[in-house]
Write a protein that binds this ligand. Sequence first.
Ligand code: AMP
Length: 188
Amino acid sequence: MKLILFGPPGAGKGTQATFIAEKYNVAHISTGDVLREAVKNQTEVGLHAKSFMDKGELVPDSVVIEIIKQKLSSLDSMKFMLDGFPRTVPQAEALDTMLGELGVNLDVVVFLDVDDEEVVQRIMKRQELENRQDDTEDVVRNRLNVYREQTSPLGEFYDNKGILKKINGIGSVDDISERINEVLLAIV
Ligand code: AMP
């Protein structure tokens, strides 16, 4: 299975991604995780990315596209879930090109739909628990604006391809997993 997990910051993508990766045996590719690791290790990419991440801005397309290129080319089998990528239309177009070169198609784009108020509340809670540097209220609001302007058009992009599945992202973790299962079990 080849899927994208898509939704606003704080929609619960990380939690659901862990569950999907285990249940469906797909490689979990998270650009956010790769970037945080690069920041931690103070690599060249990490130092460049940090200034964007701290402000809640998107890291330049060329940087994340290169990350995905490397991750996809190192997979043993074409079973993967992209979490946090693509986030812009140019990223989605670059992904189409990469997948075309690999001769594979996406099966589904799972869209976790959560409204803004819920997102802010969840992220504030996460800030207390995980102390992520990009989870302060100003940064969260900026990330939501960036999401609305640059990332949300991808809903239409994938809907036009007929592979977008919208899931209600409000409810318990188990309820949401169940909704995702209904969609994914119809595909595998
Ligand atoms: P995440 O953990 O997915 O919320 O990502 C954390 C931060 O990493 C984001 O706020 C961005 O600054 C950066 N980032 C992650 N994925 C991307 C992407 N596909 N494009 C641009 N920036 C990204």
